[in-house]
Ligand binder design. Structure first.
Ligand code: COA
Length: 321
């Protein structure tokens, strides 16, 4: 038994924030952001617009492409670092919106690697007969975790959601997934505040993301190279067999380094960072949906997804679309 992607969907908030808009907020420039990151603009959730709102639209679009109805779903796995509430999970909130009842629904939290983690979990459910039709989502309102006076982080991120419908099938599909984490790097990328300290004790500034960008950058490049090797070796396939890389969109230079390692030209890499910024768990399913809908990715092609994020966490998926 394998899992295959039967449909994709995505959503981006209406509000667009350009690099020029950011020049008015912090001491930065379109030139610096473009050269160092590749980002030109990002979408920002409207006031009151939540992760679940975005996830619902992406999910309905994926359902429609798959030709499925919400009642067909027997598993919801939603990756987010910005849940609507502490609980219930955003997956449960989404299940209610879709008016379905009884199937397992839960969130997973692996920051920018979240979608790869969610996809891997759903794949394992399907392979072992625990589900036949799984909704897998990455959705984030990351703008709410940003200190909009900190130029080292606020220029990098955006909001959005992406979803896939996974179906049980007798041929791949998802060929393998690879998940890793190393919690000893917590200090390089984190939001200090949390329930552990009591919400009543939130210290100003601690509710926002803090990142040592330079060190994260170096680790990301090294680690993504290794995970690509691990994925190819596990499947005994060559670099040349890969049709598309769908990377997590954190920095254009990190994406280029991975493509270089695979000796793939950038026109085989799906790049959305210029338009979306880093949307954390949403970035891979958003990029996938863009390239499926514009006709670049076609049935039967081999895709590799790879991601790196806070934790640190990192992971990959190899699949036949
Ligand atoms: N505008 C202008 N200048 C900025 C700036 C901004 N938005 N942000 C930082 N700078 C300045 C710094 O203060 C520093 O100035 P200094 O040399 O006078 O001290 C200079 O630019 C270089 O900063 P540095 O952090 O070394 O730049 P960099 O080339 O490493 O690029 C990142 C910074 C954040 C773009 C890059 O490190 C990165 O992408 N890191 C990984 C981020 C990531 O992937 N995070 C999420 C994991 S999924």
């Amino acid at each position: 038994m394998y899992a295959r992607i039967a449909g994709t969907g995505s959503y981006l908030p209406e509000k667009v924030l350009t690099n020029h808009d950011l020049e008015k907020l912090v001491d930065t420039s379109d030139k610096w952001i473009t050269e160092r990151t590749g980002i030109k603009k990002r979408h920002i959730a409207a006031e009151g617009e939540t992760t679940c709102d975005m996830a619902e639209i992406a999910a309905r679009r994926a359902l429609e492409m798959a030709g499925r109805r919400a009642v067909d779903i027997d598993l919801i796995v939603l990756a987010t670092t910005t849940p609507d509430k502490v609980f219930p999970s955003t997956a449960c909130l989404l299940q209610k919106r879709l008016d379905i009842h009884g199937c397992a629904a839960f969130d997973i939290q692996a920051v920018c690697t979240g979608f790869v983690y969610a996809l891997s979990i759903a794949d394992r459910f399907i392979r072992t007969g625990g589900a036949r039709c799984a909704l897998v989502i990455g959705a984030e309102a990351l703008s709410r975790l940003l200190d909009w006076t900190d130029r080292t982080t606020c220029v990098l991120f955006g909001d959005g959601a992406g979803a896939v419908m996974l179906e049980a099938t007798d041929a791949p599909g998802i060929m393998s997934t690879h998940l890793h984490a190393d919690g000893s790097y917590e200090h390089l990328l984190h939001v200090p505040a949390g329930v552990g300290q009591g919400y009543g004790r939130l210290i100003e500034g601690e509710a926002f993301m803090q990142m040592k960008g330079n060190e994260v950058f170096r680790m990301a490049v090294r680690t993504l190279g290794r995970i690509v090797d691990e994925t190819l070796a596990a499947n005994a396939i060559d670099k040349e067999d890969i049709d598309w890389i769908i990377p997590h969109q954190a920095n254009h230079r990190i994406i280029e380094a991975t493509a270089h390692k695979l000796k793939m030209s950038m026109d085989r890499v799906v790049v959305t960072i210029d338009e979306h910024g880093n949307t954390s768990a949403a970035s891979i399913p958003l990029a996938l949906d863009v390239a499926v809908r514009d006709g670049r990715i076609r049935r039967g092609e081999i895709l590799i997804m790879e991601a790196f994020g806070g934790g640190f966490t990192w992971g990959s998926a190899l699949l036949k679309y």
